[in-house]
Design a binder for this molecule. Structure first.
Ligand code: SF4
Ligand code: SF4
Length: 619
């Protein structure tokens, strides 16, 4: 049985933050969940997917976040509890559905988990999702610890039903990816079937309906604020007239810092776990007891601006520090040492020597730049593209996936990237305004997510570029989740459809389509040359399973390669491919047999035919 389905109230489990959130949803009786995978939220959906195989929970990997929210929203409007999981940039995709769903509301609890990524450990920007709470007019909850992440998820479902609105549950990477002991509660059996009574004048958002629904939303927002003022998620601790207001993971840093600096008798903390709408009454009475306040929040100065506006409204004059006072940055993630340092600076408290040691430990860590895995087929495709395009003036807009790493030397195969699915749209723009060949890349999962829409647009508007769909049979970068092109029967899972990318591309009316197997280098180069010569939209599907995924599927392992005595030390293999299985010892190229997957790409690049598969008695 999946560990998160263990029905033993009181049992203690060591859980990742994302597991704690999934467990909270199970305890709350979630019946339907949907997601498009996105780090740092991925393990929530992975656990739902696994649990759905052995429980009544329905989980789906939807093609993108907007669709996943639509699935969850409809289910919640039949009265069942539903959840939708995404990372912060996924919220941009879901936003179209979100903004009007806030008007429509829900009947069963709908929790929308949005995971922000300060410092951009695995993201293209570090936007702050709290603005979406403000923009949509929905309530937002933010856990500070792993244990609380479970409990607050349950509370989010309850609150959603009280307010009859979706509730946004915001985390940051540090909560998603930390581990702590969590105490299990009761599992509520999910209500898996609901009902729906037709009422177009309530649910169909034509302008006449929406005008009334907007009034409803604002009423609900006022109710949410009353609840936030009373909520135990917004609490104060400590004493003294130095005030610190914080949210999310910052609370744990603040709490530790106050103790370590020995200012428990001087500083009062206001922790906002129900952060939107701002509990103004609570914040007002907090400010009344303070003569100096510091706001500690990662990301944008959302709380700071709101608290300052409130103080001004009440005519309360006191110093309020945070980001605008240049104490904290709007960039990156906080850490305990940084928060301690800023608290001591703002309140003019002496730091101890011990406090300053932490950054030194971090400085000792060796940098590990990301790279495509040894034997990754994207390396072969990029190399083939480079050869096929030799002598041409080419621009390479790309997309989001492992293949974005193609930007790094020696491949250098990425010139422009703005968001998920943007490959095809940006390729169209470049092809209209540049006298260059445009070659763009997207992955198989990204194709279904939203690159497909740009391809439809390109065919209709007769744009001129080559799209290379890197079809490696999975959503590799976020941890090998399925997508509509995956044959789930091969994984022993029934009840799924399968959509052939080739058939979709053909059906869209693309003028040139070929499939290559990128490790067959010469054949691939020839096909790519044909595709590049085509005037109009040409598509090449580069099909080869993700080597890391292949390993996890226990596919047969190929013999590793080695560099024989014939090597003339040109180092073409390193200069052109940069496979991480290579290493240089005493000035000569070697291959690490434990890392080499036997893809044979380097053997095809070596001008001396010096790279060979290991055979018995060969070395
Ligand atoms: S996980 Fe798969 S797709 Fe990603 S770099 Fe590794 S082999 Fe390539
Ligand atoms: S065969 Fe060559 S390119 Fe392929 S994984 Fe081994 S060393 Fe890397």
């Amino acid at each position: 049985m999946h560990k998160l389905l263990t029905d033993e109230p009181g049992k203690k489990m060591l859980l990742l933050g994302n597991e704690a959130i999934a467990r909270g949803a199970v305890e709350a009786g979630v019946a339907i969940a949907a997601a498009y995978p996105g780090t740092p939220s991925s393990e929530i959906s992975l656990n739902f997917f696994q649990m759905s195989q052995e429980s009544e929970l329905y989980f789906e990997y939807s093609v993108n976040e907007k669709v996943s929210l639509e699935v969850a929203a409809a289910a919640a409007n039949t009265g069942v509890r539903a959840m939708c999981i995404m990372k912060h940039v996924g919220m941009n995709v879901a936003a179209d559905a979100l903004m009007t769903l806030a008007y429509v509301g829900v009947r069963g609890g709908l929790v929308i988990l949005v995971a922000d990524d300060p410092s951009m450990f695995s993201s293209q920007n570090e936007q702050d999702s709290r603005y979406y709470a403000k923009l949509s007019g929905l309530a937002m909850l933010e856990p500070s610890t792993i244990e609380e992440a479970k409990d607050i998820t349950i509370r989010a479902f309850e609150l959603s039903e009280e307010l009859e609105e979706p509730v946004l549950l915001r985390t940051t990477t540090r909560i998603n990816h930390s581990t702590a002991v969590v105490t299990c509660g009761d599992i509520s059996p999910p209500k898996t079937k609901g009902d729906f009574t037709r009422n177009p004048m309530r649910y169909v958002t034509v302008p006449a309906v929406s005008r009334k629904l907007h009034v409803r939303l604002l009423d609900n927002l006022a109710r949410a604020e009353e609840t936030a003022n009373q909520s135990s998620l917004n609490f104060t601790e400590g004493k003294g007239n130095w005030g610190i207001i914080c949210n999310g993971v910052s609370y744990t840093y603040v709490s530790d810092a106050v103790q370590e600096l020995g200012i428990e008798e001087k500083a009062t903390i206001l922790r906002l776990g129900f952060s939107h709408p701002l509990p103004r009454e609570k914040v007002n009475s907090f400010l009344a007891g303070c003569d100096r306040v510091l706001i500690v929040e990662e990301g944008e100065p959302v709380l700071e601006e709101a608290v300052k506006a409130l103080a001004q409204e009440k005519g309360k004059l006191l110093p309020i520090g945070g980001k605008s006072t240049a104490l904290f940055s709007r960039l990156g993630e906080f850490n305990p040492a940084l928060v301690r340092e800023k608290i001591s600076a703002w309140f003019e408290v002496q730091e101890t020597l011990h406090d300053k040691q932490e950054p030194l430990i971090q400085a000792e860590l060796a940098p590990r730049p990301p790279t495509l895995c040894a034997g990754c087929s994207h390396r072969a495709t990029f190399h083939a593209v480079k050869k096929a395009a030799a002598g041409m003036d080419v621009i390479y807009p790309t997309d989001i996936g492992c293949y974005t790493l193609g930007m790094l030397p020696p491949l250098g195969m990425a010139d422009f990237l703005i968001c998920m699915g943007s490959s095809t749209g940006t390729a169209a723009g470049f092809s209209r305004t540049l006298d260059k060949k445009v070659v763009t890349f997207c992955g198989d999962s990204t194709f279904f997510h939203s690159a497909m829409a740009g391809l439809v647009n390109a065919v209709f508007n007769k744009h001129n570029f080559t799209l290379i769909i890197l079809d490696n049979g999975t959503t590799a970068m976020t941890g090998h989740q399925p997508h509509p092109g995956v044959d789930m029967e091969k994984h022993g899972l029934s009840g799924f459809g399968k959509i052939d990318i080739e058939e979709v591309v053909k059906a869209l009316g693309v003028g040139y389509l070929s499939v290559i197997h990128p490790f067959k280098l010469n054949k691939s180069i020839k096909v790519l040359q044909e595709a590049f010569a085509y005037k109009g939209v040409s598509v090449v599907i580069a099909r080869e399973i993700c080597t890391l995924y292949g390993k996890s599927l226990k596919m047969p392992k190929m013999k590793p390669f080695y560099v024989s005595d014939k090597c003339q030390n040109h180092k073409d293999c390193i200069d052109q491919l940069g496979c991480p299985a290579f290493f240089v010892k005493k000035g000569r190229v070697n291959i690490d047999p434990d890392r080499c997957t036997g893809c044979a790409l380097c053997a095809q690049v070596c001008p001396e035919n010096a790279i060979r598969p290991v055979k018995t008695n060969d070395k």
